[in-house]
Design a protein. Structure first.
Length: 113
């Protein structure tokens, strides 16, 4: 059974940084494209960043230049480094293996002073 577990969320002030982790069991993440999504209160879930199986990355315009997605294949983990955080980045962040239809439980990021 494939499981994804996100961690690293929390409360941070505007301008601060957080690093989210997505650890997998039951599969090898490096074989797949991995996505980070987020869902803010009363809003639809949106795609934030993707890393392909070959290591190419893509970002939503609203986070480009501030967020970085990466993977550590030895740890079977994907990360989302978030810098220069803004209040509008407040959301529950989810990792996803689209091809398998698997989602993590989410981790809450709150950006507030």
């Amino acid at each position: 059974q494939v499981q994804l577990v996100e961690s690293g969320g929390g409360l941070v002030q505007p301008g601060g940084s957080l690093r989210l982790s997505c650890a997998a069991s039951g599969t090898v993440l490096s074989n797949y494209h991995i996505n980070w999504y987020r869902q803010a209160p009363a809003k639809q879930r949106e795609l934030v960043a993707t890393i392909t199986s070959l290591g190419f990355t893509n970002y939503a315009d609203v986070v480009k230049g501030r967020f970085t997605i990466s993977r550590d294949n030895a740890k079977n983990t994907v990360y989302l480094q978030m810098n220069s955080l803004k209040p509008e980045d407040t959301a529950v962040y989810y990792c996803n293996v689209g091809r398998l239809g698997v989602w993590g439980q989410g981790t809450l990021v709150t950006v507030a002073s």
